[in-house]
Design a protein around this ligand. Structure first.
Ligand code: SF4
Length: 197
């Protein structure tokens, strides 16, 4: 897509006071408006709430946004939420980029000015990144749900058991004659004095 046609919306979340107590969210939102491709920017109390998501959907439809940046928490937590919101508004869900200004910023920086500056840098990076995104489509492929674990030491055994508990077929490979690794050579383990074997 031609860069001049990219229209990015930036949404800065307060997360109640989780972010807003440390980061000057309105200042970050105002700063975002000065960034190339950004056509609008807002701050809102709880972006993942229904009204928060509706803000994004409405803006996509009314302002023709084709890129969305949400500055909030970890993408592990809410990237699927915001991708879904964009999809429901007709935008490819992969045109969303999150900036984690909570776990990576407000929760680990005490100084308000420093935290606000870092949040601005993170939003700038996210805006730069999202304009390079391409529209992607999800597809399903058949796969064999099995795993190979190399090494039958304590870590290998534990991994194999966890995978097996999750329903995967596991192949555990060990070059020695028996499994257990260094652990099996110990007589007793501290503090329970259990037999290591
Ligand atoms: S989007 Fe994340 S940071 Fe914002 S309110 Fe929800 S949980 Fe908190």
């Amino acid at each position: 897509m031609n860069r001049s046609k990219i229209k990015t919306g930036v949404y800065v979340c307060h997360c109640g006071t989780n972010i807003a107590a440390t980061v000057d969210v309105s200042n970050v939102a105002e700063f975002a408006r000065s960034l190339d491709t950004v056509v609008l920017s807002r701050d809102y109390t709880y972006m993942c709430s229904d009204p928060g998501q509706d803000l994004i959907k409405k803006d996509i439809q009314e302002h023709g946004l084709n890129r969305v940046v949400v500055a909030s928490c970890s993408p592990l937590m809410h990237e699927p939420t915001f991708r879904r919101a964009c999809q429901e508004a007709g935008l490819n869900p992969f045109f969303v980029q999150m900036a984690n200004i909570r776990e990576h910023c407000s929760w680990v920086i005490d100084d308000r000015q420093q935290a606000t500056n870092k949040a601005k840098s993170m939003v700038t990076a996210a805006v730069q990144r999202v304009r390079r995104h391409s529209a992607l489509t999800m597809r399903q492929v058949e796969m064999t749900p099995s795993a190979l674990v190399v090494g039958g030491g304590i870590a290998g055994i534990e991994s194999a058991l966890k995978l097996a508990d999750a329903g995967k077929k596991v192949y555990l490979v060990e070059r020695e004659a028996s499994i257990g690794g260094h652990m099996s050579q110990l007589y007793k383990t501290f503090p329970t004095l259990d037999c290591a074997a």
